[in-house]
Unconditional design. Sequence first.
Length: 276
Amino acid sequence: MTRRGLARTATYLSLTVASLVVLLPLVVVFLTSLKSSKEMANDTGALTLPDDFLNFHNYVTAFQDGGMLRSFGNTAFILLFAITGTVVIGSMTAYAIDRFTFRFKKLVVALFLVATLVPGVTTQVATFQIVNSFGMFDTRWAPIALYMGTDIVSIYIFLQFVRSIPISLDEAARLDGANAFTIYRKIIFPLLKPAVATVVIVKGITVYNDFYIPFLYMPSEDLGVISTSLFRFKGPFGAHWETISAGAVLVIVPTLIAFLFLQRFIYNGFMRGATR
């Protein structure tokens, strides 16, 4: 009983410490976003409560002057096409790898694995030249193409689920005259819903939070996304941490809500893919 009690105490203590490490910066940012410039000038403590909890002036300034509405629109456009392309390409690739026999199949799978081990920074010069040669630089299609073409992890997630689908379903459909694409569209893809949910959530959060690709390939201010627009606050609002904090809260809230409501799909999707 003593060992069990100590283990339980250590578990709860570690969870409490981890929660404080995660939540404390968020609390500081939220409290700062509600403070006025006068309060910030008085050098109040980071955890000092604001005088007015209904002071949303900083949010209005961040939303209007920071161009957050335009940034949300650009982010939504990129998310829609990037996630759709990732799901279609990833599921089709996994279906082809698992169901078809072709030359150099093992080599292709091995190259996928090697691609995940290569740091993306080492290939950025060549990638930039390719994107620029296609005329996609400084357009919203540049990050969309890169997000769709570099997600090897999603292919492996789909591959684990495709392998769990009995081949007998394919054979029965072929006896009824279905071709390969019909089998994929009517049998394989509908059974990949847990994998699709996992990929959509994980990919969506990754694209939403990404800063490097939009900053490098879309330098125009009109094409700013959430992350780059928040970065540009350092110019006109470099000394106004209350406005910067309000912009940070506006960026954090959508992903926080999405994760809280959809976290069970993330965990279930990974667990199913790992045990099948």
